[in-house]
Design a protein around this ligand. Structure first.
Ligand code: ATP
Ligand code: MG
Length: 430
């Protein structure tokens, strides 16, 4: 026997028993996004490598070491998307969607980063990416955060809290950058290899270091807040006032810089203490410069990305995802003619009661085995058809969720009778 193949490390199957929480999140969030006026856009999983280098930034973990990059047979350098904002911005530009328009867009799907796999951190993971393009804010910043807060409430997830910061404009950040560079330069011997490389390329990235040995040094660094330009300061203060008015609590973390270069002004993270080391479940911010940087007309924008696996784990812990509904009816048939007729009857029932599961016993088996499967399916009613019943033009119906005998029903009256019985059993599939 040949060796069985394994999945690629850090790339997981989502099994049927895990899917309820995924679908619950997808349903709730898609509904909310529609309520808030966001439209779905689907972008390719693969983009030109250049797109990510130019948007995410050369001196980031993602671009330095996490991208799945390859040359296709035509010699183009392509990359599996590590995040979706760059792709959405590219799509808005290349499809001519901008032109002064205001776009509220979302997309969802798989992202790829070559990181060290561990709980809550994978090489293929999934995000919802939500972007408001053409809005200068801060009202839209506040509304996006309110959308997240509503999402946690709808999901029944309570162990998340909001952390906020403002990065100012890129001009103001220039001054801060110089101060930061001077500070880290005076401690150059204490810097790890990553930080030393970033010292000249992008010293802000040092603040984002995940190396605990760098923590004390980072704690002592100059604070970005002291360098904010007055407009960014006003923007931040309005945002805070709006969040207060919405009764959304937050804390300010002046060292929150986020792992991507394209952010400006507002940055935020929803974090949790329920997932161990991986504490960020949803991260976002404003990226007023990105679209111009990618060759589009200057357009302010703000968005967030939600890590689906991490939120699914919070949903699992909260136990709030509804299990997949059991079928309403399980159809049991024995005998060649009865089986053929039962397939027809099942189709008839599906036509008559959309949204209610009708499960046909497939693959035969004696009555006893079929009843066992019917029971295990969780169905409310069994519909039983043998060649003898068929000859008399009837089928038997039996409630499965309580002790009860079976009754007969003329085939012609089946859909109506089944509907009535389900009502009597107060069966609801939702
Ligand atoms: P982290 O600090 O955990 O590495 P990040 O800052 O790299 O997160 P973003 O690029 O902002 O994360 O992505 C948004 C969200 O996607 C994160 O808040 C997290 O929930 C999720 N996420 C990011 N990387 C991974 C991964 N490798 N595996 C699973 N989820 C991830
Ligand atoms: Mg990361």
């Amino acid at each position: 026997m040949s060796e069985s193949l394994q999945a690629v490390r850090g790339m997981n199957d989502v099994l049927p028993r895990e899917i309820a929480a995924w679908q619950h999140l997808e349903r709730v969030l898609c509904g909310l996004l529609q309520d808030y006026g966001y439209e779905e856009l689907r972008v390719p999983v693969v983009e030109h490598t250049e797109l990510f280098k130019r948007s995410i930034g050369e001196y980031t973990d993602i671009v330095e070491k996490e991208m799945y990059t390859f040359n296709d047979s035509g010699g183009d350098s392509l990359t599996l998307r590590p995040e979706a904002t760059a792709g959405i911005a590219r799509a808005a530009i290349s499809n001519g969607l901008l032109r002064g328009a205001r776009l509220k867009l979302w997309t969802a799907g798989a992202m790829f980063r070559h990181e060290r796999p561990q709980a809550g951190r994978f090489r293929q993971f999934h995000q919802f990416s939500v972007e408001a393009i053409g809005f200068a804010g801060p009202d839209v910043d506040a509304e996006l955060i309110a959308l997240c807060a509503r999402l946690w409430r709808r999901l029944g997830v309570s162990r998340v809290r909001l952390v906020l910061n403002s990065l100012g404009t890129s001009a103001a950040r220039g001054q801060y950058r110089a101060a930061l560079q001077a500070y880290f330069q005076s401690h150059e011997a204490a810097l790890d290899a990553d930080s030393r490389r970033r010292l000249h390329g992008n010293p802000l990235r040092i603040l984002d270091s995940k190396n605990p040995a760098m923590r004390a040094l980072v704690e002592g660094a100059p604070v970005l807040t002291d360098y904010l330009d007055s407009e960014s300061r006003a923007h931040f203060e309005s945002l805070r006032a709006m969040l207060d008015a919405l009764a959304i609590p937050y804390t300010i973390n002046p060292r929150l810089v986020r792992g991507l270069d394209y952010y400006s002004r507002t940055v935020f993270e929803w974090i949790t203490d329920a997932l161990g080391a991986q504490d960020a479940v949803c991260s976002g911010g404003r990226y007023d410069g990105l679209i111009a940087q990618l060759g589009g007309e200057a357009t302010p924008a703000v968005g967030f990305a939600l890590g689906i696996e991490r939120v699914v784990e919070l949903i699992r812990q909260a136990g709030t995802a509804a299990a997949a509904p059991a079928p309403a009816v399980y159809v049991i048939a024995s005998g060649a003619q009865a089986e053929a007729r039962a397939l027809q009857l099942a189709e008839q029932l599906r036509e008559a009661m959309p949204g209610q599961g009708v499960q046909m016993n497939l693959g035969g088996g004696n009555f006893k085995a079929q009843f066992r499967r019917a029971d295990r399916s969780g169905a409310c009613l069994a519909l039983i058809l043998g060649d003898a019943e068929l000859a008399r033009g009837v089928a038997a119906l039996k409630p499965l969720r309580r002790e009860a005998g079976q009754s007969e029903c003329a085939l012609a009256e089946l859909p109506g009778r089944v509907g009535k019985m389900l009502e009597e059993e107060s069966w609801t599939s939702t």
